[in-house]
Write a protein that binds this ligand. Structure first.
Ligand code: NAD
Ligand code: UDP
Length: 323
């Protein structure tokens, strides 16, 4: 808990749910570097101990295997609620569980925040905008989401989680922070998670065909994980009256075909591009309007795609060599 002593820097006890996942493991690392006590809670559905192996011997780090669809009692100052599978193949594997994680998990984490008066940040998503009719997407846009499609367990689960956060804030004065994360990539992405960056890099490193879905004209804007973690921490540290929702992402937009060509170039791969059917409800365009984050948090991403891809390629190369 907070040590309000003028001779000692303020150390906080911080819970990171989903802390053994891709973004969560980087966040745990940065929170420890900043001098905090970090409790990582994870059910290891998509996260791994390997992601946090190098933190396990740190006396300020604690790992709890727990599923947030069940209640949890802890004494903490802040909560980053990241627990939820993020890639389409993982969140569609058990859609009912995905909804439970977002709805029951959020209720349990908000209940915990209410009991111990902790500040709680929700990792929401650009998916709440669905297949957007407004481009780029500002926070004021309410979205265009199919409520009964194969992506709905995630999209509507995350939308309901945002509703819960705002109702706990209005009804119970819980200190909330809601962040809408746009496509994020970097080391420790799961090599088989089916997301576009990991798929293309692994395919290119193995000289296998690069699978572009649709004609590759759909767009995404890719944010390097260090920039994202920096944005999440800035949001948590911002004044309590700035609760969001706030978009965090890189506003530089690429087509999926451009991404495929860039990955082939950076890996010197012999891979050929092949085309597969576009999955249902796949958004055509996505690009964050980040003017609110720039104004309120003084935050903008600084890592260009090529630089971030090189670091990610290096990571996947070492993972594949170890196999
Ligand atoms: P990830 O799958 O690597 O991490 C999610 C972590 O949550 C994993 O460690 C998983 O084991 C854990 N988890 C899942 N269900 C759980 C449960 N019921 N109880 C406890 N732990 C559970 O994904 P990520 O990319 O690191 O995403 C982290 C968060 O950020 C997610 O909430 C995701 O929705 C959000 N997000 C990510 C992106 C992105 O591009 N990576 C984009 C938008 C939003
Ligand atoms: N995609 C692709 N080939 C792949 C994996 C994904 O063309 O091997 C496309 C996918 O159809 C989507 C985009 O890349 O248009 C981003 O997909 P991802 O699953 O990474 O994230 P999301 O759709 O959730 O933004």
């Amino acid at each position: 808990m907070n040590k309000h002593n003028s001779h000692v820097p303020v150390h906080k006890a911080i819970l990171v749910t989903g802390g053994a996942g891709f973004i969560g493991s980087h966040l745990c690392e940065k929170l420890l570097e900043a001098g905090n006590e970090v409790i990582c809670v994870d059910n290891f559905f998509t996260g791994t101990k390997e992601n946090i192996r190098y933190l396990l011997h740190n006396p300020h780090f604690e790992l709890i295997r727990h599923d947030i669809v069940h209640p949890l009692l802890l004494e903490i100052d802040e909560i980053y609620n990241l627990a939820c599978p993020a890639s389409p193949i993982h969140y569609q594997y058990n859609p009912v569980k995905t909804i439970k994680t977002n709805v029951m998990g959020s209720i349990h984490m908000l209940g915990l925040a209410k009991r111990v008066k902790a500040k709680i940040l929700q990792a929401s998503t650009s998916e709440i905008y669905g297949n957007p009719e407004v481009h780029p997407q500002p926070e004021s846009y309410w979205g265009n989401v199919n409520p009964i499609g194969i992506r709905s367990c995630y999209d509507e689960g995350k939308r309901c989680a945002e509703t819960l956060f705002f109702d706990y804030h209005r009804q119970n004065k819980v200190k909330i922070k809601v962040v809408r994360i746009f496509n994020t990539y970097g080391p420790r992405m799961h090599p088989n998670d089916g997301r576009v960056v990991s798929n293309f890099i692994v395919q290119a490193l193995k000289d296998r065909d690069i699978t572009v879905y649709g004609d590759g004209g759909q767009t995404r804007s890719f944010c390097y994980v260090d920039d994202m973690v920096n944005g999440l921490m800035k949001m948590m540290e911002a004044p309590d009256d700035f609760i969001g929702p706030v978009n965090l992402g890189n506003p530089v937009e690429f087509t999926i075909l451009q991404l495929a060509q860039k990955v082939i170039e950076l890996t010197n791969s012999k891979s050929k591009i092949i085309y597969h059917a576009l999955p249902a409800d796949d958004p055509e365009r996505r690009k964050p309007d980040i003017s609110l984050a720039q104004k309120e948090l003084g935050w903008s991403p600084t890592t260009p795609l090529e630089e971030g891809l090189k670091k990610t390629i290096e990571y996947f190369d070492s993972v594949l060599r170890a196999c």
